[in-house]
Design a protein around this ligand. Structure first.
Ligand code: PLP
Length: 451
């Protein structure tokens, strides 16, 4: 086992394997742990990719749900027809979503959900007699890889190879407060961000802007939390200018920040929510665009339709798996568990701030990032070459060697992302903090970060 003669990996420098680097093949999982073909065990502190929310231990139950559905009805489409599982799942999702976000359109993953959101926003405005097409997103944010979703991304390195992209996406600042002036208050930061957003809308000509899309807690760049009043302010600006507000909850949805949706945690209701990963805890490839009654109302008369669809959107087997996932999450009190233990998790990670190389710990629920700094005093970051040496050359392989899967990421400033399955407990928190402590201490010495 282990050859890459045929399989082409995603976002991977395949030349490394051509040059002889060992390929890790993951062969089984249980709870928060994975095992590779060589028998090594790893604590998966990234939950796959922010997605295996219930952990790896529910295969039997999920498999039975899938098998039962395959026996009953392996496939039916959701175009014109419907089938029982997509109807039931849409009802479940609507009951968990905030406000009157009651209309659910199924897709196969996060990129498709974002793609669907932008298309729906455009058609919503058209159906109301307005031609609006532009989108506003934030710098360094990741929203997927299909051409529409990629255009929304604020990650320059991912965009550049594929330009020209879908035109007319404007990018504004994200909520990274770590590198703002030290004497700036939270209220001033919020005011700065909202002023910038307002000016961007004005500059774009407000009647052309269809959608503002943001993650309530932004992953790329490292778990950027919204400052107080920010989400409320974005909501107010969208209302004032007739723009739809979409929360991209592909990561934050389904429990990651201690609520079914982050919108609920922050008390701000968007018009659209994109979700995927945690909807099935990654046991199936299913996502959903969830829209408010107001957004869908123009499509309910006048012979209009939302002109979008995919063969596999809301596939019966995937829907059955997502339904089972929600049943398990409720039965096992997984969302409550995140809320009840998030303070312990944070407290376990906090001592890492004593390491000179760790500048910041931020996030919520089971969704944290540590920002690595070259100099704590000035918060100075590493150069691109140093990041390469630090993250790819040292931190990632060392964590792997120590049996801990985390993500060392430098789409923004260098961070280590920590996002375990939502069934993790104190034993896992301790191991994550312990291993990170060892490896980051070594990293600090190696990079000559002053104590
Ligand atoms: N949106 C966000 C916030 C994401 O984190 C991701 C993936 O990580 C996506 C969208 C794209 O999802 P997918 O990889 O399922 O297409």
């Amino acid at each position: 086992m282990g050859s890459l003669d045929h399989l082409w990996l995603h976002f991977t420098e395949m030349g490394r394997y051509e040059a002889g680097e060992e390929l890790q093949v993951i062969v089984r999982g249980d709870g928060c742990y994975l095992e590779d073909a060589a028998g090594r065990r790893y604590l998966d502190a990234l939950a796959g990719l922010f997605c295996v929310n219930i952990g790896y231990g529910f295969g039997e139950e999920m498999g039975e749900a899938a098998a039962a559905q395959m026996r009953e009805l392996p496939f039916a489409i959701n175009w014109t027809f419907a089938h029982p599982r997509s109807i039931e799942l849409a009802g479940e999702v609507a009951s968990l979503a905030p406000g009157d976000l009651n209309r659910v359109f199924f897709v196969s993953g996060g990129s498709e959900a974002v793609e669907a959101a932008w298309k729906l926003a455009r058609q919503h405005h058209t159906a109301r007699g307005e031609r609006r097409w532009k989108a506003i997103a934030r710098r360094v944010a990741y929203h997927g890889t299909t051409m529409g979703a990629l255009s929304i991304n604020g990650c320059a390195d991912l965009r550049a190879p594929f330009e020209p992209l879908v035109p007319d996406v404007l990018h504004v600042s994200n909520t990274n407060r770590f590198h703002r002036p030290p004497d700036e208050s939270e209220a001033s930061f919020t005011a700065y961000l909202l002023d910038e957003l307002e000016a961007t809308i004005e500059q774009a000509s407000p009647g052309t802007v269809a959608m503002v899309i943001i993650e309530p807690v932004q992953n790329s760049g490292g778990s950027f939390m919204p400052p107080a009043g920010y989400l409320e302010g974005v909501r107010e600006l969208c209302d004032r200018f007739g723009i739809l507000l979409c929360f991209d909850e592909v990561i934050t949805g389904f429990g990651r920040v201690g609520h079914w949706f982050a919108a609920e945690r922050f008390g701000v209701t968007p018009d659209l929510i994109t979700s995927a990963k945690g909807l099935s805890s990654a046991y199936a490839s299913i996502g959903a665009l969830i829209a408010s009654e107001r957004v869908m109302e123009p499509f309910l008369s006048g012979g209009r339709m939302y002109t979008h669809g995919m063969t596999f959107g809301g596939h019966p087997v995937q829907s059955a798996i997502a339904l089972k996932n929600i049943e398990i999450m409720k039965r096992e009190r997984i969302v409550e568990h995140v809320r009840e233990t998030e303070a312990d998790f944070r407290a376990t990670l906090e001592p890492l701030l004593d390491l000179p190389i760790v500048g910041d710990l931020r996030g919520a629920g089971f969704f944290y990032a540590l920002e690595l700094v070259k100099e704590r005093e000035t918060r100075a970051s590493f150069s691109d070459e140093e990041c390469d040496e630090l993250l790819r050359g040292f931190v990632s392989p060392r964590l792997f060697e120590e049996g801990l899967l985390c993500r060392a990421d430098d789409r923004g400033d260098p961070v280590v992302q920590i996002s375990p399955p939502l069934v993790a407990g104190q034993a896992e928190f301790d191991r994550i903090a312990g291993t990170l402590g060892t490896v980051l201490e070594e990293a600090g010495r190696r990079m000559q970060v002053a104590a």
